[in-house]
Design a protein around this ligand. Sequence first.
Ligand SMILES: C[S@@+](CC[C@H](N)C(=O)[O-])C[C@H]1O[C@@H](n2cnc3c(N)ncnc32)[C@H](O)[C@@H]1O
Length: 246
Amino acid sequence: MSETIGFYDFTNTELVKAARLGPGMNIVDLACGAGHTARSIIENVGSRCSIYAIDSSREMIRLASESIHSPAVQFIYGDAAQLNELVPVGIDRILCNAAFFHFPDPRAVLTAAGQILSEKGRFLFNIPDQDFDFGDGTPSGMARLVSERLNQPFDASQLGRYSYTRIQKLATGCGFELEDFTVLNFPLLPEDVIGFYSIPHVGARRLPELSTKDRRRALEQAFADLSPEEMPQYRWAQFIVAPKGS
Ligand SMILES: C[S@@+](CC[C@H](N)C(=O)[O-])C[C@H]1O[C@@H](n2cnc3c(N)ncnc32)[C@H](O)[C@@H]1O
């Protein structure tokens, strides 16, 4: 995760833009990883805000705190489902880039978020096409490409755990309203796919028999002769949810 992966830059930029941040806000970077979103928030509003950067991996919290030196940021080790115990009430924005679909209990996360968000607060998160069914019968181009290139069977039934309807039900059931749904479409680069599948826990699902080093070599070989023009578009669903009646 310390490697920069282009599509996280893209999704993060869109998320921060959609959040309409302002000075003085209390902001949570939920599942902050190496601190991409926190950095981007500081670039947008400077240090005149409070940022709570939370992750359930001590290693990620260490990486983030080593690379961000701003008095505005507090790094907190903890689980997203316990968010309400980790930060004070009166939060203006919760931004969650590239992580919501990793949460084993999204209902618990939304419920906790509802307890700390201010009345006008917003929770923003995004979901990539491997985990989101856009309802048009087109499964993830990224997942298909990786299967083809690694000579593995492509099983679309393993994809699309989330959908618009599921998010709407989840949000409503936890006291939120769906305020905005945006489909993000952007080009995928071969080096991004290699970087993404070289993340140990991601690559281990595809090539469990290889060491991290051998896996990167295998991925580089598999994608070596692909030009950017042959790459599929990458789609992400972006959501903004607001406390009901706000
Ligand atoms: C794909 S990374 C995204 C990191 C970061 N948001 C970014 O944009 O680069 C997913 C992150 O979610 C964190 N994570 C997964 N489950 C979590 C949970 N239940 N609570 C908090 N963090 C979690 C992981 O440790 C990892 O850092």
